[in-house]
Design a protein around this ligand. Sequence first.
Ligand code: DOR
Ligand code: ZN
Length: 352
Amino acid sequence: MSTSLTRLEMIQPDDWHLHIRDGEVMRDVLVDTARQFARAIVMPNLKPPVTTVDLANAYRERIEQQLKALGVSTFTPLMTLYLTNNTSAAEVLKAKAADVVAFKLYPAGATTNSDAGVSDLKFCHATLEAMQSVGMPLLVHGEVTDPEVDIFDREAVFIDQVLEPLRKNFPELKIVFEHITTKQAAHYVRDAQTGGKNILGATITPQHLLMNRNAIFTGGIRPHHYCLPVLKREEHRLALLEVATSGNPRFFLGTDSAPHAKGAKEAACGCAGCYSAFNALGLYAEAFESVGKLDRLEGFASFFGPDFYHLPRNTQKIVLVKSPQNIPAELPLGDATIVPLRAGETIAWSLA
Ligand code: DOR
Ligand code: ZN
């Protein structure tokens, strides 16, 4: 990778946590992701969720058809399955054979389309055993769902109540702590003992590197800055920035870009999710530049994810340039519109 103040050439990145939905919405958001990334892990929280290999294969086919219709031949979707109380060990073996790359744990009720999620991991023992034995990663939405637990504490409580026991019971299970938002999660992943094995990772979104919880309330309520896990205090943002830019291979890029139509966000009960896909790489570059660590972006964005998943690193290169780009106020989304992160503002970095 070469860096100067205004130009950054690097191996093309992948997005290790992405929501693209289905149908017309998928068509509109795929373009943004495929412009920047070579591959992306596609989250399975559709309605109904992608719970079987057959559903994942059908979803992959719809994505591939859409890519073909768009004339995109340079992007590969990586499929995941949605873990439920009833997912069988046999489905894990079938998934492994079908190039499904991971299973996603949504604690039931934790976030968008998570009602079919796991109510208690005790129902999943045989399934987790199978995942551990075939090296199938478990991607976790790391928040407890107990309404008694303060929403800003749900990730930290998840570590003690769910993640630590899970890792004790399944010490060889590959786990990605998705979209971490707290100092506790950053330090937990940084300090965990794995016997030298590459079995624990964490993804970090651009919004959690760039904003703290004040951004949800600046001058009024800002629904487009609401996502789950919710933005946290500044001390947490700084801890995330510190680990993301540290060169530690346990931390890698996952935007969690989550499209919701403008009307569903600007509502009495607005949906959770930030749409960062429009210029995600520019946002990450801004975050890394803010601490003088642009030289660490390539590892985070392009190397550590494929290494964790035992996939080849990309070989083709991209160039980011520091040249102000206007982010539109809205973008088309099926028969509606979507408000991207930084809508109506200018951002410094973008794809050449
Ligand atoms: O903000 C979020 N939006 N967090 C999630 O975990 C899910 C996502 C979505 O699918 O909209
Ligand atoms: Zn997500």
